[in-house]
Write a protein that binds this ligand. Sequence first.
Ligand SMILES: Cc1cc2nc3c(=O)[nH]c(=O)nc-3n(C[C@H](O)[C@H](O)[C@H](O)COP(=O)(O)OP(=O)(O)OC[C@H]3O[C@@H](n4cnc5c(N)ncnc54)[C@H](O)[C@@H]3O)c2cc1C
Length: 435
Amino acid sequence: MTDTARRTSEDVVVEVTAWLDENWDPELTVGEWWERLGTSGWAVPTWPEESFGKGLSREDGNRVARAIADHGALGPPGGLGLLLAGPTIYTHGTDEQKQRYLPDIVTGKKAWCQLFSEPGAGSDLAGLQTRAVKDGDEWVVNGQKVWTSGGQAADLGMLLARTDPDVPKHSGISYFAFEMLQDGVEVRPLREMTGRALFNEVFVTDARVADDACIGGVNNGWAVANTTLAFERAGLGAGGGNAAGGAAVPGTVAGNLTKRAGDFVTRRDRSGAPGMFANAERLLTELAKGNGKLADPTVRQDLAQLHTLNEIARMTNLRQKALKATGADIPGVGNIAKLSMSRILRLSRDLGLRILGPVGTLHAYTPDDREALDKATGNPFAGIVTEMALFSPGPSIYGGTDEIQHNIIGERVLGLPKEPNNDKTTPFRDLPKNG
Ligand SMILES: Cc1cc2nc3c(=O)[nH]c(=O)nc-3n(C[C@H](O)[C@H](O)[C@H](O)COP(=O)(O)OP(=O)(O)OC[C@H]3O[C@@H](n4cnc5c(N)ncnc54)[C@H](O)[C@@H]3O)c2cc1C
């Protein structure tokens, strides 16, 4: 890194810290705080300046997130609005759509979910069967989605629907900003083995979406969806540092916007499964030191392996950043980062359960039980390790399974031949359908 680059990064931290000194107040409501943070550009510092961001690099964005956390302030609104919908809209939306949707995303006023997967269309996403049929300047939508994370608290959904079944399957899909809080949308939570209900089934019956809520043009949804998926893989992959965010859920449904912002800062540590992976290496090392398992050479070896994998991921990310600055790229780096994250999580799970021993078999399913368990074990981190273990299959499925990442690397990076199919030539209507 050059001196100039280092000074620039330091300047960023100085600037955001000065802004926090002036603006952070734990007595504000969550909504008031996010209004300040979102309109200042510090909620999404890596987004373009013309789209409510500051145009910073991902590394500087991580510095900003750390500065916010170090200051003891509540992070920006979490969830799929910031992670996926916003970047997709600033990439493909019209200026009017950017003005309509982005301010409510960066200030957490509206929460988003991702209405992609269906019972018969997960890995084969382009086989989706939810239909949108034009009716004047609106579309009428019918179908079923599944695995919809955060659907129960969402104001809007990134909806993929089939708008033309008479063309090959990738060519007849459109991408809509879809109002969730309307008649004809039924959200049913699905409980997972962690005890939480992170995702849902969503049944859509004669619901409506305006034509001007179509992002990126009618029948161009596959390209738009791929942008969302690229941001998803980049956000989920290893090596990117810790995502900023707090425990407060954005949007009108969760009811957090009117609560005191300061109350959410202290609750960050137990905010749910995905966030807990970020510091697994440090957490597991401390646990092993605390209960004597560090004396076990195989535990030490696996901790070293975990550290090595994290470092490789971090350096790959830095290498990609340096290459990008020169206009080059590491082909398939997002897919590799996601695979690497899956491997790190599986190792963290196995190692964590070995370090904990029999205590690792105890799990609490409700907040009250969690408190009781923490008291019984005398170790508030034991429950985190068990929950991490129970959630660990998730990341190698969502955002495209490990097998699909391997296929993409094989076909698009290594140039291996695709499996033969007639997807590109046969109208969707005539293709055999998944169940
Ligand atoms: C925690 C979690 C949160 C999620 N959140 C969302 C969300 O918010 N919104 C959303 O739309 N979706 C979400 N998903 C869904 C996720 O994207 C899908 O589960 C995923 O794409 C796999 O689809 P599927 O479950 O239908 O499995 P399938 O596609 O049926 O796959 C079953 C198995 O077959 C393998 N397989 C399938 N096709 C191939 C192939 N061509 N080559 C090799 N192997 C193959 C898969 O790897 C997998 O092991 C979430 C999933 C999880 C686990």
